[in-house]
Ligand binder design. Sequence first.
Ligand code: ATP
Length: 235
Amino acid sequence: MLKVNNLNVSYGYLQVVWNVSLEVGEGEMVAILGPNGAGKTTTLKSITGLLAPMDGSVQFLGQDITGTPTHQLPHLGLAFIPEERNLFSAMSVEDNLLMGAFTIKDKAQIKKNLRYVYDLFPRLEERDVQLAGTMSGGERQMLAIARGLMSNPKLIILDEPSMGLSPENVVAVFETIEKLREEKVTVVIVEQNVDTTLKFANRAYVMEQGRVAMEDTSENILSNDHVRKMYLGIG
Ligand code: ATP
């Protein structure tokens, strides 16, 4: 579904991503892990058109999308949920969700999608008229993910969904991610909560100093003490 080939990305003269290649199949949840500054966010930004790679290519559903502007990606079936979440704080939960369906013209389809996300996340329906800015951190992340689902994406890319959240909210975010897993949504996720992420993901790429240091199934990574210590800083 997603194929990233030999991506090289730099900020000015400083190259921070080197020959990164990734593949994600339909229905898979794939994690990108690694220490701070390893180049995970930069990789996501160059996949989603926020940064132009120096070279390399990104293919999505067989189509070359390298450098395609971010706002066009939902039309192709790719939803990117950045770290900043970008919700409209002064708008209600429901209006935020409806904004997520901007690629869809058919009103009946929009209604169907709203029903789908409300069934998936009843908390959002309970809070439908609440202003997004007054939701808890975990609820805002749930809303950002649900808004992404409103466009019927074939792939969701999540950048550090648990970033900056309290422990309870981190639990709430992983409950949301578990729902995506159950629904077999194809997901690429960058996360700092390595152990929890590996419980949900099928496979992971571990980045180190701008390169893919290794790739394996979550099961193998979880059971490999050397990899855990060496690349992920967990014992
Ligand atoms: P973290 O887990 O801390 O978010 P990361 O793996 O996502 O880290 P990136 O944010 O991709 O890493 O950063 C990779 C490298 O690029 C870092 O050394 C960072 O300082 C540098 N970098 C990131 N953004 C910029 C920028 N706008 N200008 C210059 N350098 C940058």
